[in-house]
Design a protein around this ligand. Structure first.
Ligand SMILES: C[S@@+](CC[C@H](N)C(=O)[O-])C[C@H]1O[C@@H](n2cnc3c(N)ncnc32)[C@H](O)[C@@H]1O
Length: 243
């Protein structure tokens, strides 16, 4: 199974993004995601769709005892390894759908901006529930349903290219959306808010936090950032396992 991140043109464009060059501090969601992390001291942490491994290295810095980053892309994992692998971190080329999710093994499962590539979210929830230890935390950031239900996931522009509004259509038809991202056709999966949140409750999780990402004031001077306050792009969710 291959994904867009192994296409050279897409990988090259992704490498130009501020979050790829400067890491977590340049990611618009980090100021909201970071405070949702539980203490990672001595914890075993699994990162689903780890990409360059920013969150894996962060977990290691926070004292995690063991960190495993999974990703389907050889390019992304090669870059993660180039950036230095702390002794407690390891990476595995593996799909989120195909990892074995050993029972009661991980204290914290993370996933940043990868779950909107997954068709059957409920199955991943079931696996994550099984692999978490009692009281364990699942913390993720997924593209917001208002964003994934966007038509071509883009604004409607006026004649001089100013965004007029964000069109939403076929909201209650979850499934594949082929969109333009970084000048490439990218296949993503739209899930409704009900599927994302109720799926967690139905799989035995207890909801601890839900946030919709807004860029920090310090980024508001960057091109396009003001428009990020016109519709939500990312949904941050923290749940706990009750076993
Ligand atoms: C937007 S990047 C985010 C990377 C990283 N989590 C971060 O926040 O920097 C999405 C990542 O998800 C990975 N990915 C997409 N679908 C996947 C799947 N089915 N299984 C594993 N990884 C996947 C991609 O290869 C890519 O590295």
């Amino acid at each position: 199974m291959k994904n867009e991140y192994d296409r050279d043109d897409f990988f090259h464009e992704y490498a130009q993004m501020p979050r790829s060059r400067q890491g977590l501090e340049a990611a618009g969601e980090w100021h909201q995601l970071q405070p949702l992390f539980p203490s990672l001291q001595g914890k075993r942490v699994l990162d689903l769709g780890c990409g360059y491994g920013w969150h894996c290295r962060y977990a290691a810095e926070q004292g995690a005892a063991q960190v495993l980053g999974l990703d389907l892309s050889e390019n992304m994992l090669a870059q993660a390894k180039k950036m230095g692998v702390p002794s407690t971190v390891s990476y595995r080329l593996c799909g989120i759908e195909t990892y074995e999710y050993p029972e009661n093994t991980w204290d914290v499962v993370l996933s940043n901006l990868a779950l909107h590539y997954i068709e059957d979210l409920s199955e991943v929830y079931r696996h994550v529930f099984r692999t978490l230890t009692p009281g364990g935390i699942f913390l993720f950031n997924i593209e917001h349903p208002v964003f994934t239900a966007g038509v071509s996931q883009d604004w409607i522009y006026d004649h001089d290219g100013t965004p007029l509004y964000w069109p939403v259509d076929r909201y209650f038809f979850p499934g594949e959306r082929v969109t333009r991202f970084l000048n490439c056709d990218v296949s993503k999966q739209h899930h409704t808010l009900t599927q994302i949140l109720m799926g967690l409750l139905e799989n035995g999780f207890t909801l601890e936090a839900v946030e919709e990402a807004q860029p920090p004031a310090s980024m508001m001077n960057l091109p396009g950032m003001q428009d990020e306050l016109r519709r939500p792009m990312m949904l941050l969710v923290k749940v706990r396992v009750k076993k």
